[in-house]
Design a protein around this ligand. Structure first.
Ligand code: S3P
Length: 450
């Protein structure tokens, strides 16, 4: 099954050097948040560089269903006329979040302290993913959720009539859960506190401050304590969305495994809660340079230069780094297959509940391509075959998971025989221009039959 209904098989072949400028799309996490906070402000928020992937388009549609006016003015240029904190209207239709865990979990949080009901659903991938991690803390505010067994979608959430503020310690290292609690806290009186034992991406905190909410973060022995003062009036903003480091990861890793490559990725986010992959690649011996550091839309960004050296070596990624590169493990696993020695990824249990079970999806796909892997509940080990050592010559299942599809198309560029991905259509959820962008750099990626 595919995200859009029609599977799109794609093939990647060994490529000549990649070169040029990779203008990757806007950050997915920040794009969702810009739409949601725009909808919770009074007045017009203007967004530049919004990611126009299906996940974000589904969130835009959801904001309309809750009463905001959301208008597209040009590529990446959007306006949101918000309804204010506590101003969400009750949707008259089911909210379909498609493939997006971030979309559904953040929106559930944003509506959970307003006395309205909303029913959420998604595609076959999203409807398998756990929502209890979000509905449990939302229940502390006074919200109720009725879903399928295992806390799965479709699910109806009834927002609290008289919300109370919450103090909640995350039980999983999840920015989605943290953000759901903070967004719910917006319409509760007093202070809502979230404690995260392991730091996760902090875009919600940064953006809430940008929109005028009072949010503090303090590092303590328990972890990071984030405090939000409830019931602020959010002021509309002009938001510039930086480029997504998780999307940049694909051309970057491709350039590191295809001999002779040299590319640049301008304006990529350098947020420290997102930079675990770059730290790991440097440890592996990659030639990466960050130039022209600056701030865009409240986030640090830089221009990234990447050069193939052919001398990547396997490393161990520590559990403490996992959250800062959680979406990058699939492409790291692909790259690790082309490194010398083993790469051991520890503390990666959360990969089991992403768009697919990413540990299993990468392990099975890599094995099919002739790479030896070891898998434990919380660890993935890839035994690298060195530059030019991956046999390839297999069909790999993408399992409705954009990052699995892109990771294997990247690996095919450096494998001895082509790699076929059974369905590349999910790539449209996060990186709609992946195919032309990669082809523009010189990557031999094509649709089957084309
Ligand atoms: C996201 C958080 C991460 C990440 C997802 C985007 C976000 O999920 O995997 O792609 O925007 O908050 P978890 O918070 O569940 O780890």
């Amino acid at each position: 099954m595919s995200a859009t209904g029609t599977p799109i098989p794609m093939i990647s072949d060994a490529s000549g050097p990649l070169s040029g400028v990779a203008e990757v799309p806007g950050d997915k996490s920040i794009s969702h948040r810009a739409l949601i906070l725009g909808a919770l402000s009074v007045g017009t928020t203007r967004i530049a560089g919004l990611l126009e992937g299906q996940d974000v388009l589904d969130t835009a549609e959801a904001m309309r269903a809750f009463g905001a006016t959301v208008t597209r003015h040009g590529p990446g240029a959007w306006e949101v006329e918000g309804v204010g904190v506590g101003g969400f209207a009750e949707p008259d239709r089911v909210i379909d979040c498609g493939n997006s865990g971030t979309g559904v979990r953040l929106i559930m949080g944003a509506m959970a302290t307003t006395p309205i009901a909303a029913t959420f659903t998604g595609d076959a991938s999203l409807n398998r993913r756990p929502m209890g991690r979000v509905t449990e803390p939302l229940a502390l505010f006074g919200a109720h959720a009725y879903g399928r067994s295992g806390g799965r979608l479709p699910m109806t959430v009834i927002g609290a009539l008289d919300p109370v503020p919450v103090r909640y310690t995350l039980t999983v290292p999840s920015a989605q859960v943290k953000s759901a609690v903070l967004l719910a806290g917006l319409n509760a009186p007093g202070e809502t506190v979230v404690i995260e034992p392991e730091a996760t991406r902090d875009h919600t905190e940064r953006m809430l401050r940008g929109f005028g909410a009072e949010v503090t973060a303090e590092d303590t022995a328990e972890g990071r304590v984030i405090t939000l003062r409830g019931q602020p009036e959010l002021t509309p903003q002009a938001v510039t969305v930086p480029r997504d480091p998780s999307s940049a990861a694909f051309p970057v890793c491709a350039a590191l495994i295809v001999p002779g490559s040299e590319i640049t990725v301008p304006g990529v986010s350098r947020n420290p809660t997102r930079n675990g992959l770059f730290a790991t690649l440097l440890e592996m011996g990659a030639d990466l340079g960050f130039e022209n550091p600056r701030e865009e839309g409240g986030e640090p960004v830089a221009d990234l230069r990447v050069r193939f050296t052919g001398a990547l070596r396997g490393v161990e990624t520590p559990p403490a780094r996992a959250a800062s590169m959680i979406d990058e493990f699939p492409v790291l696993a692909a790259l690790a297959a082309c490194a010398e020695g083993a790469t051991v990824m520890r503390g990666v249990r959360e990969l089991r509940v992403k768009e697919s079970d990413r540990i299993d999806a990468m392990a099975r796909g890599l094995e099919a391509c002739g790479v030896r892997v070891e898998e434990a509940e919380d660890t993935l080990t890839v035994h690298g075959l060195g530059a030019g050592g991956v046999p390839g010559g297999a069909t790999v299942e993408s399992r409705l998971d954009h990052r699995i599809a892109m990771s294997f198309l990247v690996l095919g560029l450096a494998a001895r025989a082509p790699i076929r991905v059974d369905d590349a259509s999910p790539i449209a959820t996060s990186f709609p221009d992946f195919e032309p962008l990669m082809q523009g750099l010189g990557a031999a990626i094509r649709r089957e039959g084309a």
